[in-house]
Design a protein around this ligand. Structure first.
Ligand SMILES: [Fe+2]
Length: 234
């Protein structure tokens, strides 16, 4: 091998090492950048969650003196969702929808929302506007959509098609809303209301079993009941 050839090889090797070092540095810069972006996204997600929680608590104070219904029903609905549709739980929109399910009630007059006597037909129609009012409110907030919208719009639909606002039937109702409807009904039954005292857990679960295939998805209703049986056995 000539001296010239040897020098060419040495130069090429040095050049290759230089490129390799530059690539390594670029890779480190890119990784640091990616970590920074991921951290920023995590913080943004946290601030979304905090804001949604604060909004849910503020909304609750209007018709629930304790302001705890949304958090309580959200915890219960998440427990059921983790059992029957764990893939949905990876999307934070699910929890946002649970927390803000009744956001549309902000547009319902006090005379209807806070009335302690049974509602007449007009008042009931007025109250039943809240899912679609909620959908309109969510549409104004860019980070709320998807599963959150499903819950807000469809949480009063019934398995037998007799719910509102759209009269959706069976699996035509988004699963997130079918899950939530069970937790919402159970929470309503097991807490005092102005017009009736709370039912026991056993009585509320019995009512849910009776309403399976009418009000509730029968498969989800059975899973909901076993949530309590499993918790008792644990
Ligand atoms: Fe509602």
């Amino acid at each position: 091998m000539s001296i010239d050839n040897t020098m060419d090889h040495q130069l090429a090797a040095a050049q290759a090492l230089k490129y390799a070092d530059e690539l390594r540095q670029l890779h480190e810069i890119e990784r640091a950048h990616r970590r920074g972006v991921e951290e920023a996204l995590r913080r943004l997600e946290e601030s979304y969650a905090t804001t949604v929680r604060a909004l849910a608590a503020a909304l609750e104070l209007r018709d629930d003196a304790t302001g705890e219904h949304a958090e309580r029903v959200t915890r219960l609905a998440l427990r059921l969702a983790e059992r029957v549709a764990p893939h949905l739980c990876r999307d934070p929109q699910l929890e946002y929808g649970f927390l803000l399910h009744d956001v549309g009630k902000i547009g319902i007059p006090d005379a209807v929302l806070l009335k302690e006597a049974p509602l007449d037909a007009d008042e009931r129609r007025e109250l039943e506007r809240h899912p679609l009012l909620g959908e309109r409110i969510l549409a104004q907030i860019p980070y709320l959509g998807g599963l959150a919208r499903d819950v807000v719009v469809a949480h009063h639909e019934r398995w037998d098609g007799a719910g509102y606002p759209l009269g959706l039937l069976g699996t035509g109702i988004p699963v997130a809303a079918r899950v939530f409807a069970l937790a919402d009904a159970f929470d309503a039954m097991t807490n005092d209301r102005p017009y009736r005292l709370a039912l026991s857990t056993a009585a509320a679960l019995g009512e849910i079993e009776r309403e399976a295939s009418r009000h509730f998805d029968p498969v989800l209703a059975a899973q909901f009941v076993t949530l309590f049986a499993d918790a008792e056995a644990a």
